[in-house]
Design a protein around this ligand. Structure first.
Ligand code: ATP
Ligand code: MG
Ligand code: MG
Length: 367
């Protein structure tokens, strides 16, 4: 899709002369562009994004969360800079429209936002090394720590996002209806999940009992949503704040274990390749506790290994549900794509279970 960026950027509080706009990064959800402005002989970069409003139905609420989060962290960074001007830690900085809003909608309904480009840093797409796992986990835990004292609950932009019991209930409903007659071909996967049905409610029940505390979660804790500082090599800025919401910190750690410990792709068909690599788990746990160790209580810490298993199981449940419902939610590129995705998740759950004692032992030691 082509946009007139000179005209588009004129609706934002950007000073100087528009120079150029280019597509930027490898994001899958929004359309991201880097724009350059000449401000009195100095070239400055900004990011313009067209938010995917098919995915995010309430972008105004989303931007309200975005602003509250980035302002809260921004104030802390300013305090830190007063003490140590060399600090390289950053957060996204929203540029308002000239109408005073943190976004601008064009006449066709496209929803645009703008923020300052973070210089001298970049994101990496594939998590390959323990050092990267550590840096990413540390960045996301610092992000959670920064938001531990955020006043007022954020908007729950996707209700029940990680309500595992309700995800399980959806699977049972889909199995009962069995619209496409696929259930008989997936009985092994279905039985595997149902045998772990009781575990689905563990975190939510402890939250109801007050043992676990609702905090702020990022909900998309991929390596490429952290900018790594070119100079220091450390994670300096957490980006992609579209799914920031109230939630348990375990959802973020669990998803890091799910996406960061297996060397195989989410839709790998050779299940022999799917395994929970303990050294990657260790790096994630150490990185995560480096920032979160201070605000998590003992119960929260003890459930970190379990969260890896639960979130992996939960995503497996969602893939199988979609397979039974006829592939209506996740985009597929081959007939059994959702089933393949489900199988990698369940294989990873099994691998976690095999190493669970060691995972818990390490978590206890580090806590
Ligand atoms: P995803 O597929 O992870 O959901 P997305 O479509 O939501 O991605 P973003 O992650 O917000 O898009 O941005 C895409 C890429 O643009 C990032 O991975 C990063 O490389 C780059 N990027 C985004 N914001 C900035 C910024 N302020 N400074 C520098 N680079 C940025
Ligand atoms: Mg992203
Ligand atoms: Mg995103």
């Amino acid at each position: 899709m082509k946009f007139d960026f000179r005209q588009l950027t004129s609706h934002f509080q950007l000073y100087g002369n528009f120079v150029v706009a280019v597509p930027y990064g490898t994001g899958h959800i929004n359309d991201t562009f880097q724009v350059t402005f000449d401000q009195g002989g100095t070239l400055l970069h900004y990011i313009i994004q067209r938010v995917n409003t098919n995915v995010f139905k309430a972008p105004e609420e989303l931007m309200d969360n975005f602003l509250r989060v980035t302002r809260h962290i921004g104030a802390k960074i300013r305090d830190e800079r007063a003490v140590n001007p060399a600090t390289r830690r950053r957060t996204l900085e929203v540029v308002n429209s000239i109408y005073g809003k943190p976004y601008w909608r064009d006449p066709a309904g496209n929803f645009f936002r703008c923020y300052v480009f973070v210089e001298n840093a970049r994101s990496y797409d594939i998590l390959e090394t323990k050092a990267q796992a550590y840096q990413a986990a540390a960045a996301f835990s610092n992000f959670q720590a920064d938001l531990a004292d955020l006043p007022q609950r954020l908007n729950e932009t996707i209700p029940d996002f990680h309500n595992t019991p309700s995800r399980l209930a959806n699977l049972e409903k889909a199995a009962k209806e069995d619209k496409l007659g696929r259930l008989k071909s997936v009985s092994r996967e279905f039985d595997f999940i149902m045998a772990r049905g009781k575990e689905c409610g563990v975190l939510i029940d402890l939250q109801k009992e007050g043992e676990l505390v609702e905090r702020v979660t990022h909900n998309d804790t991929k390596l490429n949503n952290v900018l790594i500082d070119d100079l220091t090599g450390s994670g300096c800025c957490v980006i992609d704040l579209d799914t920031v919401m109230p939630g348990l910190p375990h959802y973020d750690f669990g998803d890091m274990v799910r996406t960061g410990t297996s060397p195989a792709a989410e839709d790998e068909t050779d299940l022999g390749k799917v395994t929970m690599r303990f050294p990657m788990y260790e790096a994630l746990l150490r990185g995560y506790l480096s920032g979160a160790g201070g605000f998590l209580n003992a119960t929260e810490k003890s459930l970190l290994p379990f969260s890896g298993k639960l979130i992996t199981l939960e995503i497996g449940i969602r893939f199988l549900t979609d397979y039974l419902e006829g592939d209506v939610y996740f985009k597929i590129r081959r007939p059994d794509h959702n089933l393949d995705r489900c199988r990698t998740q369940l294989k990873l759950v099994a691998s976690i279970e095999e190493q669970y004692d060691a995972m818990r032992k390490l978590a206890d030691e580090l806590a």
